[in-house]
Write a protein that binds this ligand. Structure first.
Ligand SMILES: [Zn+2]
Ligand SMILES: [Zn+2]
Length: 297
């Protein structure tokens, strides 16, 4: 399995036009499991992902089926969906989307995307899109298994999972993000390796123990670290963490590597690098998430 980061910022893409080597796009991750293409969130990072996929297809670069996309959502805040109308694959008639998502604040993700692409907001409506869309529910009671040629969704209590799966995705609901919470995803390999993606979450005093259990011994934990302490004083309750909170979870979960994510759009590269350095004093294997960062696990 291979994961690549396409968007690292929280809230909105930085608007002060300063050059950033760390990245300017909002949340989007690409995961390859065998020939399956999986995407987490449709922040502005998904626009570059679309360009890469079309280039790959034109150059016949690999065997990935770029026209079959499995799209998961952590939640439906604007920074996590704003790239969707500009994702070029939705305009290809041969594209088939499997959107796998829980509802958010009683709105299905289909409702959300239809609202985003409604005539008053966007010139092309969702119903007019050439691609085909299939919607699948997700939640803590479900797990998604990817096999060589298909994916299947099982209830967590299902005892007879057919063997031969290449990758598994499960989730944990997080209640610390306004106003309906978010979903944290765990990707596991059959060999027992795992990566946990926990964005838009706020920490607890002495660490988020539920998350630490969920991420136990993961190879990689990608964790929200939007605020410095002085900022957190002002924005407590906004649903984001400090690097200290992220480090505490990483330490308790005994993960191999911590990736600080959802960078504040107002933070310069110099400020972010300082944050990384301080973070390493608490958890030595801490890294700032950067656009085009990749993990193999
Ligand atoms: Zn966000
Ligand atoms: Zn959010």
């Amino acid at each position: 399995m291979r994961l690549k980061i396409y968007g690292v910022r929280g809230s909105y893409p930085p608007t002060n036009s300063q050059h950033s080597k760390i990245g300017i796009n909002t949340t989007c991750l690409r995961l390859d499991i065998g020939k399956h293409l999986i995407v987490f969130d449709a922040g502005t990072g998904i626009i570059n992902l679309g360009h890469d996929l079309v280039a790959q297809w034109k150059n016949k670069e690999n065997q990935q089926d770029i026209f079959k996309i499995h799209l998961f959502f952590t939640h439906a805040h604007i920074d996590h969906i704003m790239g969707f109308p500009y994702f070029n694959l939705i305009y290809f008639p041969q594209a088939e989307f499997h959107i796998i998502s829980p509802p958010f604040l009683n709105h299905s993700i289909q409702d959300v995307l239809e609202s985003l692409m409604s005539p008053v907001i966007f010139p092309v409506t969702f119903a007019e899109l050439p691609a085909r869309f299939h919607f699948h529910g997700m939640g803590e009671n479900r797990q998604v298994f990817f096999y060589e040629n298909e994916f299947r969704i099982f209830h967590v209590s299902e005892e007879h999972i057919p063997s031969g799966w290449l990758g598994k995705i499960s989730c944990l609901r997080n209640y610390t993000h306004p106003k309906g919470g978010t979903y944290i995803y765990k990707i596991q390999s059959p060999e027992g390796k795992s990566l946990v993606f926990a964005t838009d979450i706020e920490g607890f005093v002495n660490g988020d123990k539920r998350l630490a259990r969920f991420a136990h011994k993961a190879q990689v934990l990608i964790h929200d670290a939007q605020y410095s302490w002085p900022e957190y004083e002002m924005f407590q309750g906004f649903g984001h963490s400090t690097y200290e909170m992220a480090c505490e979870v990483a330490r308790q979960a005994e993960v191999e590597k911590l990736v600080l994510f959802h960078h504040d759009p107002k933070h310069s590269d110099a400020e972010l690098l300082e944050l990384e350095e301080k973070s390493r004093e608490l958890f030595p294997e801490s890294y700032l998430a950067t656009e085009s960062m990749e993990f193999e696990f």
